[in-house]
Design a protein around this ligand. Structure first.
Ligand SMILES: Cc1cc2nc3c(=O)[nH]c(=O)nc-3n(C[C@H](O)[C@H](O)[C@H](O)COP(=O)(O)O)c2cc1C
Length: 202
C-alpha cells in the first residue's frame, strides 16, 4: 500500500462519525449499491456471508417513523439520566424524524446452527462497519442504530421478514438499522478513549 493510500485510509477512518441530521436529497441508487457492495466484502465466519440487508426508502421509510418513535419509548428514560437536556432533546427529535434520512438499511444475521452465535453476529457487524466507511468515501453520513432492537418483532413484520423460511426456522435476527443520507450538520468528533483499551503482551 503506497503512502497516499495509507494516509487516505486513516483519514477516512478518522473522518467517520455518526450523523443524525440529513439533507432531504435522495441518494442515487448506484451509490447505495456501491455501499452495499462494500458490505459484501466484509470477512465472515466460515465465509458464510450470513448477512441480509433490507433497504427502505420513500413511503415505506416514512411509514417506519412511527416505529422509530415507539423505539424511543424503550430508551428515553435511560438517556434522560445520561444526557444533558439539549442533547436529550436533539436525540428525541432524531428518533421522531430520523434526521430526515432518506435511506434506512436494516441488517440481519442468519444464525444457522452450523456456526457459533457470536461469530454469526460479529460477521454482520463487520459488514455494517464497511457500510459506515463507504458512506464517508461517498460524502454521505450515517448512524448505526441499535434502537430498532427495542421493537424487534414489529420491525421484522414491517419488513416482511417474518414470511421468510429462515425466519420461520428461527435463524434470522435483526442486529441494527443504519440511517443514511447527505449530512446536514457537522457534529464534533466524539472523544476516543484509549485508557485500558489495549494490552500488549510479549
Ligand atoms: C451497535 C451500535 C448501536 C448504536 N445505536 C444507536 C442508536 O440507537 N441511536 C443513536 O443515536 N446512535 C446509536 N449508535 C451510535 C453511537 O452512539 C456512536 O457510534 C457513538 O456515540 C460514538 O460516536 P461516533 O459514531 O460519532 O464516533 C450506535 C452505534 C453502534 C455501533
Amino acid at each position: 500500500m503506497g503512502q497516499t493510500m495509507r494516509e487516505q485510509f486513516y483519514q477516512l477512518v478518522e473522518a467517520r462519525k455518526s450523523i443524525r441530521k440529513f439533507k432531504k436529497d435522495e441518494v442515487p441508487h448506484e451509490v447505495i449499491e456501491r455501499i452495499l457492495g462494500a458490505a459484501l466484502h466484509a470477512p465472515s465466519g466460515k465465509n458464510r456471508q450470513n448477512w441480509k440487508f433490507f433497504v427502505v426508502q420513500g413511503k415505506k421509510r416514512d411509514d417506519y417513523l412511527k416505529y422509530s418513535q415507539k423505539s424511543w419509548l424503550g430508551i428515553k428514560d435511560l438517556l434522560q439520566a445520561r444526557l444533558k437536556p439539549s442533547l436529550y432533546e436533539f436525540t428525541e427529535r432524531f428518533f421522531f424524524t430520523l434526521g430526515d434520512a432518506p435511506v434506512l438499511i436494516f441488517a440481519y444475521s442468519n444464525n444457522s446452527p452450523d456456526e457459533r452465535y457470536h461469530t454469526s453476529i460479529g460477521s454482520v457487524y463487520m459488514a455494517v462497519q464497511n457500510i459506515n466507511l463507504a458512506c464517508v468515501a461517498e460524502g454521505l453520513g450515517c448512524c448505526t442504530m441499535g434502537a430498532p432492537l427495542e421493537i424487534k418483532k414489529e420491525v421484522d413484520e414491517f419488513l416482511g421478514v417474518t414470511e421468510l423460511e429462515e425466519y420461520k426456522k428461527g435463524e434470522l435476527e435483526l442486529l441494527c438499522g443504519v440511517v443514511l443520507g447527505y449530512p446536514d450538520h457537522e457534529p464534533p468528533k466524539a472523544k476516543r478513549q484509549t485508557e485500558g483499551r489495549i494490552t500488549w503482551l510479549k
